[in-house]
Design a protein around this ligand. Structure first.
Ligand SMILES: NC(=O)C1=CN([C@@H]2O[C@H](COP(=O)(O)OP(=O)(O)OC[C@H]3O[C@@H](n4cnc5c(N)ncnc54)[C@H](O)[C@@H]3O)[C@@H](O)[C@H]2O)C=CC1
Ligand SMILES: O=C(O)C(=O)COP(=O)(O)O
Length: 481
């Protein structure tokens, strides 16, 4: 059973109508989750077609106490079927596309959906998110979240989730393969054979045993790689901005230059941040050992490609493997056609360079695991129960899952500006009912409040909802029951 099957939607009044941070520019027009529709689903829930008390077996089924089929989900970039299946089983409307979309088409589609699932290519900028009036949640079916304006999303009340380590192993294994491939010039030999040339050489081909691997960024991927590399007889050093426990006999070095001085192979596993942009450029290549190798499977922004080309042409760098690039296309097809990158042709001419199309995390195992994790442990729990554990841009809050046995109970979710006095006003409104549990936390400008209230009648929910919506601190109100 997937975790998502345990998370039942709580029956409910859902409203995705949102105010933007600037209350004056707001559209309050009802959406797919309009009040009328909610009331309709509400009355059908209580009109006998939906029994609140059911057998355990009945409760194991994906229930539809509110119209889950009203929830529209757009999945881009070939999100794995494992995730799609769970969403469809929940009853949501799922549209799954194999590619990313150009911005104008993305804007057109995002206006209409409550949930979007993306991978590393789709850029959810403030410009795009400003149009996403119905969006409740973004699922990044990958590790990196640099493609989403996380702060802007939070200020719009849109939670963002990712899969923090389900593809780490796949990346680490790819890098191991690349280290050996570069050390033995396998790419060149294979290309020669494909062209019909037998070129048996041992000059400048090496074992990796006893060589030093320098890992920049010792997080999930860097530390996995460290273990694999040591098992193959390499010495491992690493550089990270934080002090981290070494795996095995690896050793943290204090500066990037220390790492570049010592390493035979340098591999990058840092996120895309202002501080990591072009962190490998001319000065860093100059610092590397003569005949060292460079591997980048992190983000294309981290390596200055023209500087790498120069260092390789000068013979300073003996080989490189690139999985990521500054501009990556939205779909499979032509890439090095000269229009995207002026350096494309120069890169392709180099010897002993492995160029892969951002496939570090592209294995069956990783994609299946990511699909299940992002959907089951993030999206469904968030849509159905408002739980934000694992969110990368909202405070992490959790109350135990509400069950359908709990009569006259509602879960209030109130995402609001993190300003003084909000809790007092919210509690004045909730105070007419019995507040069983409440949790509130903030992250930067945004705070997230969850409260389970009992002794609330269905007829009272609309009023409760409207009073919360009227508060000036409000970003998004949801009442689930
Ligand atoms: N090629 C591919 O298909 C994939 C690429 N990635 C990329 O790999 C990156 C790393 O992934 P994880 O290891 O899971 O991330 P992580 O967050 O676990 O580790 C990143 C490490 O980099 C360190 N770091 C941050 N800034 C630094 C700096 N300026 N200098 C040195 N260290 C710094 C952090 O302290 C952290 O320890 C992701 O952010 C993503 O962009 C991730 C998965 C697949
Ligand atoms: O997980 C990541 O951050 C990756 O870079 C993998 O991206 P992808 O899912 O292959 O678009």
């Amino acid at each position: 059973m997937t975790p998502a099957q345990d998370i039942k939607p709580v029956a409910g009044l859902e409203r995705a109508v949102r105010n933007s941070w600037d209350q004056n520019n707001l559209s309050n027009s009802p959406t797919a989750f309009s009040l009328a529709a909610q009331q309709q689903s509400l009355s059908s829930s209580f009109g006998g077609s939906f029994a609140r008390r059911g057998s355990v077996a009945e409760n194991m089924k994906p229930l539809k106490p509110f119209n889950t089929e009203d929830v529209k989900i757009l999945l881009l970039e070939n999100v794995n079927k494992s995730g799609q299946d769970i969403l469809r089983k929940q009853g949501y409307q799922v549209e799954a596309l194999t590619t990313s979309l150009p911005e104008d088409q993305l804007i057109e589609k995002i206006r209409d959906v409550q949930v979007i699932g993306i991978r590393s290519k789709t850029k959810l900028t403030d410009r795009v998110l400003a149009e996403a009036k119905n969006l409740l949640v973004i699922g990044c079916f990958c590790i990196g979240t640099n493609q989403v304006d996380l702060e802007y999303a939070a200020r719009q009340g849109i939670a963002v989730f990712n899969s923090p380590f389900a593809n780490s192993r796949s990346v680490a294994e790819l890098v191991i393969a690349e280290i050996i491939t570069l050390a033995r010039q396998l790419g060149d030999r294979s290309n020669e054979m494909h062209r019909g040339t037998w070129n048996k050489v041992s000059a400048k081909c090496w074992e990796i045993r006893g060589k030093t691997l320098g890992i920049i960024g010792y997080g999930h991927i860097g530390s996995q790689l460290s273990v694999l590399a040591e098992a193959m007889g390499m010495k491992v050093i690493y550089y990270d901005v934080v002090t981290l426990m070494a795996m095995g006999t690896a050793r943290q070095v204090p500066t990037l230059n220390d790492l570049l001085d010592e390493a035979d192979f340098v591999t990058l596993h840092v996120p895309d941040l202002p501080e990591t942009r072009n962190m490998m450029s001319t000065a860093q290549f100059d610092k590397m050992k003569h005949g060292a190798y460079l591997i980048n499977a992190s983000r294309g922004s981290v390596v200055d490609i023209p500087a790498l080309i120069k260092a390789m042409n000068a013979g300073k760098i003996a080989g490189a493997a690139l999985d990521v690039y500054p501009n990556e296309p939205a779909a499979n097809g032509d890439y090095f056609n000269g229009s995207l990158n002026t350096w494309g042709d120069d890169l392709r001419q180099l010897h002993n360079i492995i160029l892969t199309p951002h496939i570090g995390g592209s294995t069956e195992e990783a994609q299946r695991a990511i699909g299940i994790e992002v959907v089951g442990e993030a999206l469904v729990r968030y849509i159905n129960q408002g739980i934000t554990v694992g969110s990368v841009n909202m405070p992490e809050t959790q109350l135990r899952s509400l069950t359908l046995e709990e009569e006259n109970t509602a879960r209030v979710i109130y995402i609001h500006k993190n300003v003084p006095g909000v809790l007092r006003k919210v509690n004045e409104i909730l105070g007419d009912h019995n507040v069983d549990k409440q949790i509130s936390d903030s992250k930067g400008d945004v705070a997230y409040l969850m409260a389970d209230i009992s002794n609330v009648q269905v007829g009272e929910i609309k009023d409760l909802y409207e009073r919360l919506e009227a508060l000036s601190s409000r970003i998004l109100t949801r009442v689930l029951y």
